[in-house]
Design a binder for this molecule. Structure first.
Ligand code: SIN
Length: 488
């Protein structure tokens, strides 16, 4: 705590309590604290308040009380608050990035990039408030009008993961607030500090008491409380498919609306006419961002057999050049989040090698600290290997070669997931054929970077449903009301 505290320009951003009804509640004794561990060295960075079920219910009650005023607040007021919050994120981006790197491990530059990425959702939805519009439809007779109004859904529960501790909750919260909803946010217990700091900036930006609460606590307990409570109208979750399915069953008891952004198994397909160096760059940008711990990370690389060897040789040299280290020290790749994560990567690599994959580079832990894994390239991966079917969530590139377009389409779609996919080619007919055939919610064509507040981020199949970003993201927090007005 002291090390982080000393480095912050604004020390009051280091919050460890829960935020309810416009106030910070401190932990009262050691039994109600959760340690936050720096993945770079295993040291405790801080301890945060562990909310009880009763506190979660209090947070819901507070959001319910605040809903009436917030939904009836002027659209201009909502715009102003979101704009002020956006400005504060930019103003404090260095401190926020430092907090994030120390609890999550990502390189400082990436952490600052995440703060700007999060802020872009506040900026986008501050503007989108003025475009929440309904409709007047033709009625079958002249004597009535059919009016369609859009209204906020109500109190929203937001549960987000450790890999993007700020961007994932802000991109749900910004459209929810713009729509007129009130919220309870539960950040991941491993990375709550940057979210709590952003909450403090929300308070300073003028978020009225009760409009947003932030609670940290035991995930199953908080998840069950938010998913089953009758006063929560909607739950938005980013995380694993396993937990998403569980929340779906819990939410059924109150027929709650849901948005689920779950796991992925992204294919990255390189056709023989592709610009190979550009494809390698795109792959590295996607694969090694956040040490490979993103849902849209490339998981399976399919390279045409004619260019396979050239592609692997360029890739191998680039990957060997990646600097691994603590996120505070100017590196490209940081530590993984915890022992469980690195253990999974080891298991997947061992299984692949056992079944015949070749290690082109990497393949080992690094003795830099408890959770470092070498950037790794495997070739000769087949569908029988676990690494082909499971989400790697680590710094490992897994390559399979292909000969025919139909064959690669079949392999790319051979997964229950459907979040992100990528294709590299210069041939418009190939691109069109493949983008139509890919069973994914998002396709990057000649790019490995698809995330922006301006586009609808989300998946199909077991990667979930609902969209985040763009005007489509706003619809997740609005419901339709049809009014039949007898005029004669
Ligand atoms: C994710 O990993 O779920 C999100 C990544 C992104 O927004 O680019």
């Amino acid at each position: 705590m002291d090390i982080l505290y000393e480095q912050l320009s604004d020390k009051s951003l280091l919050k460890t309590g829960n935020f309810i009804a416009g106030e910070w509640l401190p932990a009262t004794d050691e039994n109600t604290q959760i340690p936050v561990i720096n993945p770079a060295d295993g040291q405790v960075v801080a301890r945060v308040f562990k909310a009880s079920k009763q506190l979660c219910e209090k947070a819901i009650a507070s959001a319910k009380i605040a809903f009436t005023d917030w939904r009836n607040s002027s659209p201009k007021k909502r715009t102003n608050v979101l704009q002020a919050w956006n400005a504060l994120l930019h103003q404090h981006k260095r401190d926020l990035a430092l907090i994030m790197t120390m609890e999550q491990g990502k390189p400082l530059g990436e952490a600052e990039g995440e703060i700007k990425y999060a802020a872009s959702y506040l900026e986008y939805y501050a503007e989108e408030v003025k475009r929440i519009k309904g409709d007047i439809l033709p009625a079958p007779d002249r004597s009535s009008k059919i009016i369609v109004a859009k209204e906020p859904v109500g109190v929203v529960g937001i549960i987000t993961p450790w890999n993007f501790p700020v961007a994932m909750f802000v991109r749900k919260l910004a459209p929810a607030l713009a729509a007129g909803c009130t919220c309870i946010v539960k950040p991941d217990e491993r990375t709550p500090l940057s979210a709590l700091a952003v909450m403090e900036l929300g308070r300073r930006a003028g978020i009225p008491p009760g409009v947003v609460q932030m609670i940290t606590g035991d995930p199953p307990e908080m998840g069950a409380c938010l998913a089953t409570h009758p006063d929560v109208a909607k739950l938005s979750f980013t995380g694993s498919t396993r937990v998403g399915k569980h929340l779906m069953t819990l939410a059924a008891s109150t027929v709650k609306r849901l948005s689920l952004e779950l796991g992925g198994n992204a294919p990255f397909i390189v056709f023989p006419d592709a610009d190979i160096p550009a494809a390698v760059e795109g792959l590295i940008a996607s694969k090694f961002r956040n040490t490979g711990q993103t849902c849209v990370c490339v998981n399976r690389v399919f390279v045409h057999e004619d260019i396979h060897d050239a592609f692997v040789s360029i890739l191998k040299e680039k990957v060997k050049g990646l600097r691994v280290g603590s996120g505070l020290e100017g590196c490209d790749v940081g530590p993984m989040i915890d022992e469980q994560a690195i253990h999974k990567v080891e298991r997947l690599v061992q299984d692949a090698c056992h079944r015949g994959a070749e290690v082109c580079c990497g393949g080992q832990r690094l003795p830099l600290g408890p959770h470092y894994y070498e950037p790794t390239v495997l070739s000769g991966v087949t569908r029988e290997m676990d690494i082909f079917r499971e989400e790697i969530f680590g710094p490992v590139v897994s390559i399979t070669s292909f000969a025919e377009t139909e064959e690669v389409i079949r392999m790319a779609n051979d997964t229950p997931y459907g979040l992100a996919s990528y294709v590299y080619s210069k041939d418009a007919s190939v691109i069109w054929r493949i983008t139509e055939a890919l069973e994914y919610g998002m396709v990057g064509v000649n790019t490995g970077s698809i995330s922006t507040a301006w586009a609808p981020f989300g998946g199909i199949k077991q990667s979930g449903f609902g969209r985040e970003g763009s005007a489509y993201g706003m619809d997740e927090y609005l419901q339709l009301k049809y009014i039949n007005w007898k005029t004669e």
